[in-house]
Design a protein around this ligand. Structure first.
Ligand code: AHR
Length: 618
């Protein structure tokens, strides 16, 4: 095949193409990236989260546990446990993974029920019975007070046996007579990502940071609009003191503590140099909660119109909280008090998530977009194209609405999960999009096979498609694979980009594709064509971009054929040796990593291995 690169013909493309979409699905947040090790720390689990769950789930004691709600620590967290003489034990999320020789921050709130002072022994016990760490905490007084201790775990030589991570339980042992009530029992590794308090699991956050995402969309997905009006995600429920945040059931069948809230999301974005891209519900829950296209039939299909002005204030308040001046705005003051006086420079807001394009939706959606644009014209508003892509009527209508309202809708979020064949055969998908219309945010996509796991086949199909997205980077502004994270044994969805347990992380071939396209991205697309048999043209695809900041030109080359391919490169001088970063493997290989290698080169001819993706910089 011959690759013709026409360096005289280039066009501006988005420099924010590759980002991530973080949703609390498959235990991505609580029990996942949020580093809290205690499960149900606030005793707020209930059958609303999951039928068999209750306030004592994940806790054990020698006697039946007593849950009380008089004089709560916070009205957002009405329940607490009564502790008398019995040891209280937490099992964590599938255990508590503790490293020997490390520090852990323990804290709890206690209110003694009588005047005598109390002492609690806080202990980490390994499965083999070894005490890994222990500390005493003395409490006094009959009002709620927070107590903290640093648990320093024993070093390997002090333990009978040890592994890198010891699977532990946390025990709280009352040593004195009398009773206390206890709430918000928390244990964090000191060593979180960037050392943040109330922070993120370092390894998981790092593996996302390694993608160098240009933006992070959060907090969902379906988790954003929820499964009913009472389950819509209100961002301001997730900021402030942890015990005052309002937990809620997760549409994916578990519980959201909101410990990972908007402050933590924005902080993470700043820590990894990504644009924060929050998305909030368009005044309707998931698919308008079963309402028909005219909004009829659902019990509660949209926020009551009389309450919409108050709901719209939530968007304004978010913008002020993120960008406002703490001296003049109460929301910005909350940001400053949380530890971030400087603005977060929020530029993007998503309104709605793959909603059914009903009358109920349209009314509320346009009302929100108009109100934001009027007050904050500088904010880029991203609307939704409805649940399915072409040729669904929602998709067509979603786009019609956007293009009829260009002054208030800047970008449209499209979602599609398709087969590898679909991605390989739709490499002209965006070629016909109206360049005067709203920009595209491909907010959720993934290629899958019957096995519903990322493998080399899906990763190459996504690479082929990303070449096409780069070529259309003048209309496609952003793209994010979904879902991002999934914990083993708690998966709501497959395939995912990154799988994990309490101690391990498995990235996928699709992760490697995302990383290559992120690291070898640019802001100028250079025209190319591959001369090859028509039947193979969607399997041998190259994208050439230039990064005007560094002046570097990057080539991404996909060979999705089962054989080696000699690529004769015209229009750019190849050096004598080329170092490439990429992967090659059997299509069903689910477990490979990018390697740096020298590609065989002979004059202008590069040899690409079978089933491979390679990136080179010239
Ligand atoms: O990514 C998983 C889910 O897929 C998202 O929550 C939703 O937007 C889509 O249906």
């Amino acid at each position: 095949a011959t690759l013709i690169i026409n360096t005289q013909k280039e066009k501006a493309i988005s420099d924010k193409l590759i980002g991530v979409f973080f949703e609390d699905i498959s235990y991505a947040a609580d029990g996942g990236i949020y580093a809290e090790l205690v499960q149900n720390r606030d005793f707020e689990y209930s059958s609303k989260d999951r039928t068999e769950w209750k306030a004592t789930t994940a806790w054990q004691s020698t006697k039946p546990l007593v849950i009380a709600s008089e004089q709560p620590l916070s009205k957002s967290n009405p329940h607490h446990v009564v502790l008398s003489q019995d040891t209280l034990v937490n099992n964590g999320w599938d255990g508590i993974a503790i490293k020997p020789g490390e520090k852990y921050d323990f804290s709890f709130f206690v209110r003694n029920l009588d005047v005598t002072k109390k002492t609690f022994q806080i202990t980490l016990i390994a499965e083999n019975g070894d005490v890994i760490a222990s500390q005493q905490i003395k409490t006094e007084g009959q009002i709620w007070k927070k107590y903290t201790a640093t648990l320093i775990t024993k070093v390997p030589k002090e333990l009978s046996t040890y592994t890198d991570f010891m699977n532990c339980r946390l025990a709280i042992i009352p040593l004195k007579k009398g009773s206390s009530v206890v709430d918000m029992i928390s244990l964090f590794p000191k060593n979180t990502f960037k050392g943040r308090k109330n922070g993120l699991r370092k390894d998981l956050a790092q593996v996302i940071a390694d993608l160098h995402p240009k933006f992070v969309r959060f907090p969902g997905g379906c988790a954003t609009h929820g499964d009913g009006i009472d389950n819509i995600y209100h961002w301001y429920h997730t900021i402030g003191e942890l015990h005052n945040r309002i937990p809620d059931r997760n549409i994916w069948g578990y519980h959201q503590t909101r410990g990972l809230g908007f402050y933590e999301y924005f902080q993470f974005c700043e820590d990894i140099g990504a644009e924060p891209f929050p998305v909030l519900a368009a005044g309707v829950p998931c698919q308008n909660s079963g309402a028909d296209r005219n909004g009829i039939g659902g019990q509660q299909c949209g926020i009551d119109m009389k309450d919409m002005p108050t709901y719209i204030e939530e968007f304004f308040n978010l913008i002020e909280w993120a960008n406002g001046d703490p001296a003049t705005n109460k929301w910005a003051k909350m940001r400053a008090e949380a530890g971030h006086p400087a603005p977060f420079h929020l530029k993007y807001i998503g309104v709605g998530n793959e909603d059914l394009i009903s009358t109920t939706f349209k009314e509320r959606y346009l009302m929100i977009c108009k109100a934001i644009k009027e007050k904050y014209p500088e904010i880029v508003i991203c609307g939704t194209a409805g649940p399915f892509h072409t040729p669904s009527s929602d998709y067509i209508e979603g786009w019609e609405i956007a293009n009829a309202n260009r002054s208030i809708i800047d970008m449209i979020d499209e979602h599609y999960y398709e087969s590898t064949g679909w991605f390989i055969n739709h490499t002209d998908y965006y070629d016909q999009y109206d360049r005067k219309g709203a920009k595209v945010y491909l907010g959720e996509y993934a290629a899958s096979t019957q096995a519903r796991r990322s493998n080399v086949e899906t990763a190459l199909a996504e690479a082929v498609y990303l070449c096409h997205i780069e070529r259309n980077g003048d209309i496609v502004e952003m793209a994010s694979y979904a879902p991002l994270l999934a914990k083993d044994n708690h998966r709501n969805w497959d395939p995912n980009l990154i799988y994990f347990t309490n101690t391990d992380i498995r990235t996928t071939p699709s992760y490697e594709t995302q990383r290559i396209f992120s690291l070898y991205g640019g802001d100028r697309y250079i025209e190319t064509s591959v001369n090859i048999d028509e039947r193979l043209k969607n399997r041998v695809v190259v994208s050439v971009v230039r990064d005007s900041k560094s002046g570097k030109t990057h080539l991404k080359m996909v060979n999705a054929l089962p054989r080696e391919l000699k690529l004769d490169i015209r229009g750019l001088q190849l050096p004598a040796t080329v170092t490439a970063e990429g992967f090659a493997g059997n299509p069903d290989n689910q477990n490979l990593k990018v390697k740096v290698s020298s590609l065989p080169i002979n004059g202008s001819i590069l040899t690409l291995p079978p089933y491979s993706l390679n990136a080179i910089t010239l």
